[in-house]
Design a protein around this ligand. Structure first.
Ligand code: NAD
Length: 500
C-alpha cells in the first residue's frame, strides 16, 4: 500500500516516524492509502525549511510574489478535475461539489494575486510641520495552518495563498483523513515557481500539531476544525506568544417567516441541509419555523423532496448523486447515534436515514437524509453539532422567539432568514449574534474579498479568514514617522511632544 509523504523544502520526503494512518474511500469502505504520521522532529524539519526560506521570500517584490500566484491559479484551473477526483475519493462528496470547493479556494488565490495593492499601507504627509507618517505591513515569518477533513483543498486555500502573498512562509498540517489533494497543491505551487521551502506540508496528528503550537519559530497559527480542538489550539498557541485564528464548529439555523415563498425555502433548504451529506460548517441543520402552518407546509414539501433524493458514490453513476457517504465508519456511527438520541429524547422522526444501504456499495459509510420535527433545546440533536444529513425542525410562535433561540445557542457561525419583508430582514441582521448572515440566501459564505468567520464558540481570536482580515492576520503593522533636517526645531523638549 502506498504511503503518502511530506513535502518539505520543495520535495517529497518519506516520514520515518514508524507511525502511519489509513486513508479510506468512504464510498466503498476500502483503504486506498496510508499516510505517514510525522514525528515532532520531522515537524521541526518543516519549520526549519520554512524559516530558512523566509529571508529571501520576504525580499521578493509583492508583484513577483503575485505573479507566482497567477501561475498557481492557472495550474489549479488545469488540474481542477484531477484535484476534485482526489477530494471525492477520500472525502466522499460528489464530484461537482468537489469542483465547487476548488472554485471557492481558487477565488482566494485570485484575491491574493492583488497583494501589491492590498499590502500598500497608509500614508499621511505633514502630520506635523515637515513630518510624514506611514505604515508598513510586514510579513510575520513562519505561519502554520491546520485543516479539517471536510474541505481538503478549500480550507488550506483560505489560509496559505494570502500568507504567502504577504511574504510569509508556511507549514501546513492537513487532515490525516483526506491528505492527497493538499499534497497535490504543494506540488502545483512548486510548478508555479514558488521557491523551495516557502510552502511545506507535514502530515500527522496531535504530535505534529503540538510542535506547531509551541515552537518559537512559528509566528501565527490558522486553524479550522471542531470547537474543542479550536479552543485548545487558541489557548496553547496564544500562551506560546503566537497570533491565532481558530475556527470551530457550528449549528446553523434558518428562520422561515410566514411570508416566505415555501417553494423557494424548500429548494434552498434541501441543498443547505443535505449537500455534502451535511458535512459543511455552513450547512443548515435547524429550520426554525415561525408558526405551525409554516412548519406543516415545509415538512410536507421537504418529505416529498427527500423521497426523490439520489444518495450514492460521488463518482461513477450515470446521473450524479445529490449526496455521497460520510467521511468515515466512526463518523457514520456517530451520526446514527445522534438520530437514536433524538428519538429517545422525544423528537418526532419523520424520515429515518439509519437503515439506508447503498446498492453495490454496501460497505460504504452512507447515512440517508433524515428529518426530525418538534426538536427543542435541551435535546442533543439540537444542542450539539451532528455534521451529517440530519435536519431538525423547531417550531416557534414569533420572530422574537426565533431570534432568542439563535442568540442563546453556543455556536454563531452562520444563519439565514427567509422572508419578503425588508424590515424583518434588516432587524434580523442587525440583532442576530452570528458572524455570517443570509437574507434569502441559505448558506451565506462570504466571497474571498470579504472575510469568513463566526461568533461565539465558532471562532476563537479576533480576525476572520481571508479578505481584509486575512491580510491583517498575515502582516504586522509598523508605523514610521519621519522628519528631515530642514524640519528639525532647535532646542530640547522635555514635555510630551505634540505636533504643531
Ligand atoms: P477536528 O477538530 O477533529 O480536526 C481538525 C484538525 O485538528 C485536523 O487536522 C486534526 O488532525 C487536528 N486535531 C484533531 N485532534 C487534535 C488534537 N487533540 N490536538 C491537536 N490537533 C488535533 O475536525 P474535523 O473532524 O477534521 O472537521 C470537522 C469540524 O470542523 C466540524 O466541527 C466543522 O464544523 C468544523 N469546520 C469549521 C469550519 C469553520 O469555518 N468554522 C469550516 C470547516 C469545518
Amino acid at each position: 500500500m502506498r504511503t503518502l509523504q511530506n513535502y518539505i523544502g520543495g520535495r517529497l520526503v518519506a516520514s520515518k516516524s514508524g507511525r502511519s494512518g489509513p486513508v479510506f474511500n468512504p464510498a466503498t469502505g476500502e483503504q486506498s492509502l496510508s499516510v505517514g504520521l510525522s514525528s515532532a522532529d520531522e515537524t521541526r524539519e518543516a519549520i526549519q525549511a520554512a524559516e530558512q526560506a523566509f529571508a529571501s521570500w520576504k525580499a521578493v517584490t509583492p508583484l513577483n510574489r503575485s505573479r507566482i500566484l497567477f501561475k498557481f491559479k492557472d495550474l489549479l484551473e488545469q488540474h481542477r478535475d484531477e484535484l476534485a477526483a482526489l477530494i471525492t475519493h477520500e472525502h466522499g462528496k460528489v464530484f461537482s461539489d468537489a469542483q465547487g470547493e476548488l472554485t471557492r479556494g481558487l477565488e482566494v488565490v485570485e484575491f491574493a494575486c492583488g497583494i501589491p495593492h492590498l499590502q500598500k499601507g497608509e500614508h499621511s504627509s505633514n502630520v506635523g510641520r515637515g513630518v510624514d507618517s506611514f505604515s508598513l505591513m510586514q510579513p510575520l515569518g513562519v505561519c502554520a495552518g491546520i485543516s479539517p477533513f471536510n474541505f481538503p483543498a478549500m480550507v488550506p486555500m483560505w489560509m496559505f495563498p494570502i500568507a504567502l502573498a504577504c511574504g510569509n512562509t508556511f507549514v501546513m498540517k492537513p487532515s490525516e483523513k483526506v491528505p492527497s489533494a493538499t499534497l497535490r497543491l504543494a506540488e502545483l505551487l512548486s510548478e508555479a515557481g514558488l521557491p523551495d521551502g516557502v510552502f511545506n506540508i507535514v502530515n500527522g496528528d496531535k504530535e505534529s500539531v503540538d510542535v506547531l503550537l509551541t515552537d518559537e519559530r512559528v509566528q501565527a497559527v490558522s486553524f479550522v476544525g471542531s470547537t474543542p480542538i479550536a479552543e485548545y489550539i487558541y489557548a496553547t498557541a496564544s500562551a506560546n506568544g503566537k497570533r491565532v485564528q481558530a475556527l470551530g464548529g457550528a449549528k446553523n439555523h434558518m428562520v422561515v417567516m410566514p411570508d416566505a415563498d415555501p417553494n423557494q425555502v424548500v429548494n434552498s433548504l434541501m441543498g443547505a441541509a443535505y449537500g455534502s451529506a451535511g458535512e459543511r460548517c455552513m450547512a443548515i441543520s435547524v429550520a426554525v419555523c415561525v408558526g405551525d402552518d409554516v412548519a406543516d407546509t415545509l415538512i410536507e414539501k421537504l418529505a416529498a423532496e427527500i423521497d426523490g433524493m439520489r444518495v450514492g458514490p460521488g463518482v461513477g453513476l450515470e446521473e450524479e448523486a445529490h449526496m455521497g457517504p460520510l467521511v468515515s465508519k466512526e463518523h457514520a456511527a456517530k451520526v446514527k447515534a445522534y438520530i437514536d438520541s433524538g428519538v429517545e429524547q422525544g423528537a418526532t422522526l419523520l424520515v429515518d436515514g439509519r437503515k439506508f444501504i447503498c446498492p453495490d456499495h454496501e460497505n460504504g459509510y452512507f447515512v440517508g437524509p433524515t428529518l426530525f420535527d418538534n426538536v427543542k433545546p435541551g435535546m442533543r440533536i439540537y444542542d450539539e453539532e451532528i455534521f451529517g444529513p440530519v435536519l431538525s425542525v423547531v417550531r416557534v410562535n414569533s420572530y422574537a422567539e426565533a431570534v432568542e433561540l439563535i442568540n442563546r445557542h453556543e455556536y454563531g457561525n452562520g444563519t439565514s432568514i427567509f422572508t419578503r419583508d425588508g424590515d424583518s430582514a434588516r432587524q434580523f441582521y442587525e440583532e442576530i449574534q452570528v458572524g455570517m448572515v443570509g437574507v434569502n440566501v441559505p448558506i451565506p459564505v462570504p466571497m474571498a474579498f470579504h472575510s469568513f468567520g463566526g461568533w461565539k464558540r465558532s471562532l476563537f481570536g479576533p480576525l476572520h479568514m481571508h479578505g481584509p482580515d486575512g491580510v491583517r492576520f498575515n502582516t504586522r503593522m509598523k508605523t514610521v514617522t519621519t522628519r528631515w533636517p530642514t524640519g528639525l526645531t532647535a532646542g530640547t523638549e522635555f514635555s510630551m511632544p505634540t505636533m504643531k
